[in-house]
Design a protein around this ligand. Sequence first.
Ligand SMILES: [Zn+2]
Length: 159
Amino acid sequence: MKCPYCGFLDSKVIDSRPTSEGTSIRRRRECLSCQKRFTTFEMLETMQITVVKKDGSRELFDKQKLLSGLYRASNKRPIDPSAIADSIESELLNGLVSEVTTAQIGEMAMEKLKAVDDVAYVRFASVYREFKDVDTFLDELKSLRRHRPRRKKKVKDGE
Ligand SMILES: [Zn+2]
């Protein structure tokens, strides 16, 4: 976002909130060069979030990619992957950052899955955290059981 005072291209976001119509985001920015502040209105559909990958390379946030991971994890589970992807996307857009790491997105997805479905969570986590071996995987399962005593018996889904 170009500074209207000095033309510098880099600024930091100091406040970010959706407009009342919900179609754009109003952002207060501070120029990294002259420190002057200005306001921008960014349309939701044109806003771009940069994702920093593990190898340091950058790409634009791709909701489809996130969705396909979520679908894989939620296979035959009673959850809606697109609702989870939507809420992650809007959290990213409403946030103060324009760059996130793949790890951060993974953590967000895991948080949300954990709240709704253990099986989907563990499936997703096993891919994202790259569990080194079966023991790590079982430890994670055990800690889930400890922290969340089952209220009622569920039917196993055969996995
Ligand atoms: Zn400036």
